[in-house]
Unconditional design. Structure first.
Length: 383
């Protein structure tokens, strides 16, 4: 199962399971005492054989933290990946955004059943789009029907395919511009009648946070989550085009195929992702965040229960979507909660068990290959 989340997964840029000609690989490092994580290490190595340049993964359980890396963080120098690498987490950002909105609900400052038009009057209009019929809850669980701006053909040409990306990688996009692209399309369905992943939902969610608090969604994430949890590797970069060190490089084919030249896409202006996916973090911070979230450190019980109230994901029987949180049932019957993220040259996953006692976060530094589900299955099911 792969829930197509994030900017890359929602566009014509293909992420396939294999790639001809695997990248140069370094041995995986970081074994857990007793070999408990051997299947995970093998899955990480398999991703590199499939063509991912490099992988970094960290798990946490009753034995403590364990990390493994494989492949390279820099194809030019051959430098290895590190367990401490920071990387763009893409749509994992959505869980942070949803957490802030649920905190605001707990404070009585909004209701999830408020309409989008209540907070953003006149913003969602035209082509059959009607913000008076869409609730904040429907933004967060992707049942709004609003078109995904990253699926717009012009956006794909401009930001995901080679010629456009190389010309526009440092352009600044505003939330209003991104929403405007979406609203040039008719809605996918009437609000509340179906499910479809749309990055536009979370751009609007970020705009709601700004309207409710008078401060940017980025500042609210920093004040409410990053600083209290001590997530020192986590940031909301805004227009900053670089990834803080320690970090490796990020690679993409910038094409609709999995073959052809590989491009270094590490530097880009992440405003093209906005509150749908612009954040940067590392494995340890993501594990700490999801563990704290599932253990109730960030939300009261009522709001955590709302976050974990899920809807069906069409066509994927073993996954359901809550409010910025995915519930997956693995092959061994274990349920894990978390999110995937994809953005140029970076594919990430972070999940934890419902009790927060066993967590996993990892990143592929290429967006066209590798089986992230296999890594999750290996860690939690031992295969």
């Amino acid at each position: 199962m792969r829930v197509r989340t994030g900017l890359v997964g929602a566009t014509a840029v293909a992420i396939a399971a294999t790639l001809a000609g695997p990248a140069v690989a370094a041995p995986a490092r970081g074994d857990h005492a007793g070999g408990d994580h051997a299947p995970t290490r093998q899955a990480v190595e398999a991703a590199v054989r499939d063509g991912v340049p490099g992988v970094t993964a960290t798990a946490g359980d009753r034995h403590g933290a364990w990390s493994a890396t494989a492949g390279v963080g820099d194809l030019r120098t051959g430098a290895p990946r590190s367990a401490a690498d920071r990387y763009r987490v893409g749509s994992i950002t959505k869980t942070f955004v949803s957490t802030v909105l649920l905190q605001l609900e707990a404070e009585g400052r909004l209701s999830l059943d408020d309409t989008v038009d209540h907070w953003l009057p006149g913003v969602v209009r035209g082509n059959g789009n009607d913000g008076t019929a869409i609730t904040v809850r429907q933004l967060l669980n992707h049942t709004s029907g609003v078109f995904d701006y990253t699926a717009d053909e012009g956006f794909v040409r401009t930001y995901f395919l080679k010629d456009g990306f190389l010309r526009h990688r440092y352009d600044t996009s505003t939330p209003g511009q991104l929403v405007g692209i979406a609203l040039s399309h008719k809605p996918d369905f009437a609000p509340g009648t179906s499910w479809s992943y749309s990055n536009t939902n979370y751009v609007l969610a970020g705009m709601v946070i700004q309207k409710v608090t008078g401060h940017s969604y980025a500042s609210q994430i920093r004040e409410r989550i990053i600083e209290p949890l001590g997530l020192h590797a986590t940031s909301v970069p805004g227009t900053r085009v670089t990834v803080p060190r320690p970090s490796g490089r990020a690679y993409s084919k910038l094409a609709e195929t999995t073959t052809g030249p590989t491009y270094d896409v590490t530097t880009l202006n992440p405003t093209l992702a906005s509150s749908a996916g612009e954040m940067i973090s590392d494995n340890a911070d993501l594990n700490r965040f999801y563990t704290a979230l599932l253990r109730g450190r960030l939300l009261p019980r009522e709001q955590l229960d709302e976050m974990r109230t899920t809807v069906e994901i069409d066509g994927i029987p073993n996954a359901r979507y809550g409010l910025g949180l995915i519930d997956r049932e693995l092959s061994c019957g274990v349920h894990v909660w978390g999110h995937d993220g994809g953005i140029h040259g970076s594919v990430s996953s972070a999940v934890t068990t419902a009790d927060g006692r066993h967590s996993l976060a990892f990143n592929f530094n290429g967006d066209w290959s590798g089986d992230s589900d296999a890594v999750i299955e290996a860690e939690f099911c031992g295969k």
